[in-house]
Design a protein around this ligand. Structure first.
Ligand SMILES: [Ca+2]
Length: 345
């Protein structure tokens, strides 16, 4: 079982109160159950896929891609049935925060995270110095997205994205990502079959969608290539670059778990900019810290209760909102913060 499916499905289920943030990475899936319906029952016959691919090629030409790139990208294209079944099944799952954390934040993963932090300390501190993102958060994201690079997905990304565009539920989104993948092939001089990722098109050790690769990918070791599949320097630099570009506050943590007073106005909870208060103001309202937050004290904070007023509550900072930009899931962002705190030294 891979964890990131939970991330994906939770991003769909648990984002109440988030301020219109966007997906960065759609992680791979594995614990999928069989689909309730087949594609033909949905009205689109896989036999029509080759014709659809021709339409995609025409779109690519209209967008200015050269013929060599188009030929290279679509040479091995095939229908990825698993992309359809996984995309459908993710909507059917529901888990609690505690279930989620027990699966993704294991003792073994924390121990491994500490080991990795030590093993790559030199590179991580160099990246941290340039970006303001502390090594523990880089490693936490690396851990959650790909189990420290060991589970990246083996799907042909061009085929997966074309299949998901063909499915039609999010055709515009996946077509845009497919065109971004063509840009990577053209810009990086990569072979199309080197673009490997999840069934949803998330690639490499950071599980970047192609558009995220283009926006945030960074050459960490200076060899002129951005290789988020094989080169940890590039992986670390790309993760940190993402967070930095999306507003990471150097020196600050993500937040901490809190206890809310009885009768707390649930309307105060949420991540909208207007809902921010200083930690002192929240404490005056009766909010009590359950754990000591790491990092510098922030100027503003928000209260989130992921399970809609029932369950655990958290006081979170700007960096939490940046993590929510990476993946629009409270559960995901909380797991990253807890992982980073657990491995930080
Ligand atoms: Ca490189």
């Amino acid at each position: 079982m891979k964890l990131p499916l939970l991330t994906t499905l939770l991003s769909l289920l648990s984002i109440s109160g988030s301020p219109g943030l966007t997906h960065a990475a759609i992680p791979p899936a594995a614990l999928s159950s069989p689909p309730a319906t087949t594609l033909s029952q949905q009205g689109r016959d896989p036999a029509q896929f080759p014709g659809y691919v021709e339409q995609l090629k025409a779109t690519a030409r209209q967008q200015g891609f050269n013929q060599a790139t188009i030929d290279a990208a679509f040479t091995g294209i095939h229908f990825v049935d698993r992309a359809i079944t996984s995309d459908r099944s993710q909507l059917e799952h529901k888990v609690t925060l505690n279930d989620y954390l027990s699966r993704v934040l294991t003792v073994g993963k924390i121990e491994k995270g500490r080991d990795k932090l030590t093993e790559y300390r030199t590179q991580l501190e160099s990246v941290a110095a340039g970006s303001g993102v502390s090594p523990a958060f880089i490693v936490a994201l690396w851990a959650m997205e790909s189990q420290f690079g060991t589970i990246q997905g083996k799907e042909d990304v061009i085929s997966a994205l074309a299949t998901l565009a063909f499915e039609g539920r999010r055709e515009a989104f996946f077509t845009k990502e497919l065109m971004a993948a063509l840009s990577i092939i053209q810009q990086q001089g990569m072979a199309a079959d080197a673009l490997k990722g999840s069934w949803a098109g998330a690639m490499g050790q950071s599980q970047f969608m192609p558009s995220s690769f283009l926006n945030y990918g960074r050459d960490g070791d200076g060899d002129g290539k951005i290789d988020i599949w094989n080169n940890v320097d590039d992986v670390f630099a790309s993760i940190a670059n993402y967070l930095q570009k999306e507003g990471w506050k150097a020196g600050q943590g993500w937040g901490s778990e809190v206890t809310l007073p009885s009768g707390f106005d649930s309307g105060l909870s949420g991540l909208k900019t207007a809902q921010a208060k200083t930690p002192a103001q929240w404490q005056q309202l009766g909010v009590v810290l359950k754990t000591t937050p790491q990092g510098d004290a922030p100027g503003r904070a928000w209260i989130v209760t992921p399970e809609d007023g029932d369950g655990r509550s958290f006081m979170v900072y700007d960096n939490f909102r940046t993590l929510m930009h990476w993946n629009r899931s409270y559960y995901f962002a909380i797991s990253i913060g807890m992982m980073a705190d657990a491995i930080a030294q």
